[in-house]
Ligand binder design. Sequence first.
Ligand code: NDP
Length: 290
Amino acid sequence: MSHEPVTVIGLGPMGRAMAGALLRGGHPVTVWNRTPGRADALVEAGAIRAATPAEAVTASPLTVLSLTDYAAMYQILGEDPDFLTGRDLVNLSSDTPDASREAATWAADHRARFVTGGVMVPPPAVGGPGAYVYYSGPGEVFAAHEPALRLIGDPRYLGADPGLAQLFYQAHLNVFLTALSALLQSAAMVTAAGIPAADFLPDAMGTLTDIPAMIGSGTELAAELSAGKHPGDLSTVLMMGATAEHILRTSEKAGVDRALPAAVKSQYDRAIAAGHGADGWTALYEVLKA
Ligand code: NDP
């Protein structure tokens, strides 16, 4: 079976990992990056270096973009990209759902087809077991390139709305970034007392991995949220809210940043004010969704 040529624009850690996976999968790969030196190792491994973005896009039916945001795509492709005509773009850069929708319209105005996506694993995991990628946009365009895209990670197609992939990506990254900030804020609380972070962080990793055991499967949580039922058998909003206040006061006393604990406390305060004190902690959802 012949492998379709693929162009990769944007060779940060993620773009380099994707181009490498496509090369290993047997695809002819053309690359372009604003800082040309970032293509060197890929060119040594068999990729073709394009001199310009236009040369890169016209080298392949499919161009994958891996950039910091969508603004970078417009800067790279320029104001009047005639060379996009008849090409398929798959943008795997982070941005808002609305930015994805606007870009799909922009691409259509330039007679290109456009699929959006979000890679859900870090660069070293790209192409390996457990890697997956959300996609949305025209189903026939996704299907046409699915064999190549599968080399990046298991593709999860969400539907025709170009904004859906970034909605899922940002919702996941919200969980991820907030947990990482909490981890560092907590490390700051402990080290402010003169205790090395190494005495705290190994057990903190256990706190992270214990969360699924406490919550159960996502399906169970989803059923609880959609039923609007929040049994308070184990952890009530009042109990968790009291702890949220203790975390805030401990942070303030330690002189470390208080923004994240203050935000969490305010969510519990609002849930209690709305009459959810005796409910389970999932009742926070009732104030968050509003
Ligand atoms: P980097 O920030 O390292 O790379 C960004 C790429 O965008 C580089 O090729 C950079 O070019 C290019 N770029 C940025 N701005 C411009 C611009 N104005 N004009 C031209 N080129 C520009 O990011 P990553 O490779 O780590 O990530 C790429 C995408 O993948 C991001 O959207 C990220 O959110 C997403 N992602 C990243 C993950 C990760 O762990 N790294 C995990 C999952 C998704 P240059 O080399 O010249 O600076």
